[in-house]
Write a new protein. Sequence first.
Length: 216
Amino acid sequence: MALTHFPDPRHATSEGVVAYGGRPDPDLLVEAYTNGIFPWPVEGYPLLWFCPPQRAILFFDELHVPRSLARERRRTALRFTIDQAFERVIASCASVERAHEAGTWITPEMIRGYTELHRSGRAHSVEAWEGVELVGGIYGVDAGGAFAGESMFRLRPNASKLALLFLVEHLKTRGLDWLDIQVMTPHMEALGARLVSRDSFLERLARTQGRGLKLF
């Protein structure tokens, strides 16, 4: 199904589906994220685009860093960079196995779309390096001055968490005070993330976009 534009996400289904069909091409991804919508492939269906009834957000002033992670942050020999290996980060997010998860939503088509979005300057990555080896990372999308985190991976303990903390500190220096994490996970909840209503999220997104922040 051809899809060239999205309806108001406030009219999403009870499950949060805004639209279906289309491809994760850069122009459509930009329109989606700018309006608080994200794609989520589900096997057996055309590409689904979501804005869930409850949105998971990490407010930076509510970030909880456990003592063990704070200690690891002080001691780590890992090196962190931004946008130095986007394609490797998203490929690793797709391929690295996670506990309690089977398969991945990051299909080859999604990798192509987000990689093109990165080349246009709207998708970004943080990399964690052990020497010259990429051992963790996170990527996401600049939603017009807000930021939506998409996925993380790690090959060393805490590498993805430390990459996330590095990203948070970077975004704070650019004036941002929250991160859209879309769907709650136990890991993000432990770091202090919480759920807000769709309307609250969309209002916050619009206010943040109105500030005209340059994140990268």
